[in-house]
Design a protein around this ligand. Structure first.
Ligand SMILES: Nc1ncnc2c1ncn2[C@@H]1O[C@H](COP(=O)(O)OP(=O)(O)OP(=O)(O)O)[C@@H](O)[C@H]1O
Length: 288
């Protein structure tokens, strides 16, 4: 299976924060959701994938190519959407089309107008008068209008109303139908991922915790509930983190088999949501 994005041993150091030894693969033909708490390093990683930021060490390959020798060829094949106004504020969408269009060999005017109409965007109004959601839609319309094979989005659903968010997810699903496209996007709205993601990449404090398929995540992690009397120094080892309460404990495990062996029927095992996994992983240091 081909990896469209491949980061090998990538590190970036800022004062007070670093991305460490990042080994990330994004598989062709799938949607990968990139999750992690505020400040975990998602945008920093995406900037390195987009060559907006150079890693201190390590290798970044996109479509198997290097930015040092193939920057233009790589960018031609990527549609990039991020939270924030990408365009000069005084310009309108017609101006943007005139400026951005010629930069891409595969720019498609008809497709651009189709998205502008679908997203109900005004062509002649300055972008600075757009709402946050409209700006995101404008950024998306431009990113989708040059037949990009890889779509990278930094929090595309932030600031969007629930209806457009859902429409956007439907649109992304439609874009995936031809089988050759790849989408990689960061989000805080983990329920969006339940709808469309095939793979989840989870970053915490600048380190990639895992990249797994949605099915692998469901098979690896589970929530366990039981009485406090079941917990001791040994049995707790089956858990990533335990949340004790007077009425009983709730814990995250990454070893469902061990939980079954140790506790049998005396505990309740439930599916852990991505949000629960993120929440419990945050507290894991005190137990491992
Ligand atoms: N150019 C920079 N110089 C110094 N520190 C930086 C720079 N860019 C990012 N950082 C720091 O790196 C850390 C990670 O930031 P980043 O934007 O990658 O996180 P994030 O996971 O995208 O967060 P959020 O979900 O809040 O957008 C933060 O502590 C941030 O302050």
């Amino acid at each position: 299976m081909e990896n469209v994005v491949e980061l090998k041993g990538v590190a970036k150091n800022f004062k007070g924060f670093s991305v460490n030894n990042m080994n990330l693969q994004v598989k062709q033909g799938f949607v990968t959701g990139f999750i992690g708490a505020n400040g975990a390093g998602k945008s920093t990683t995406i900037k390195m994938i987009m060559n907006l930021l150079k890693p201190d060490v390590g290798e970044v390959k996109i479509f198997g190519l290097d930015y040092a020798t193939h920057e233009k060829a790589i960018k031609e094949r990527i549609g990039f959407v991020y939270d924030g106004n990408v365009f000069f504020e005084g310009l309108n969408l017609k101006d943007i089309k005139r400026i951005v269009g010629p930069a891409y060999k595969k720019w498609d005017d008809a497709l651009f107008y189709q998205y502008v109409e679908q997203f109900k965007l005004p062509l002649n109004k300055a972008i600075k008068t757009f709402s946050k959601g409209m700006q995101m839609k404008a950024s998306l319309a431009v990113a989708l209008s040059h037949h990009a094979e890889l779509i990278i989005m930094d929090e595309p659903t932030a600031g969007l109303d629930p209806i457009f968010r859902r429409e956007l997810l439907d649109l992304l699903q439609e874009l995936m139908l031809d089988g050759s496209r790849t989408i990689f996007f960061s989000t805080h709205i983990t329920t969006d991922l339940d709808r469309i993601a095939d793979y989840i990449a989870f970053i915490q404090n600048g380190e990639l915790v895992f990249t797994q398929s949605i099915h692998e995540v469901a098979e690896t992690y589970a929530l366990v509930k039981g009485g406090m009397d079941l917990l001791d120094r040994d049995t707790e080892k089956a858990f990533v983190h335990v949340h004790p309460a007077p009425t009983g404990f709730e814990a995250l495990t990454d070893n469902i088999k061990a939980v079954n062996t140790i506790f049998g029927d005396s505990v309740v095992i439930e599916r852990a949501s991505l949000e629960e996994i993120m929440y419990y992983m945050k507290g894991r240091k005190s137990y491992v």
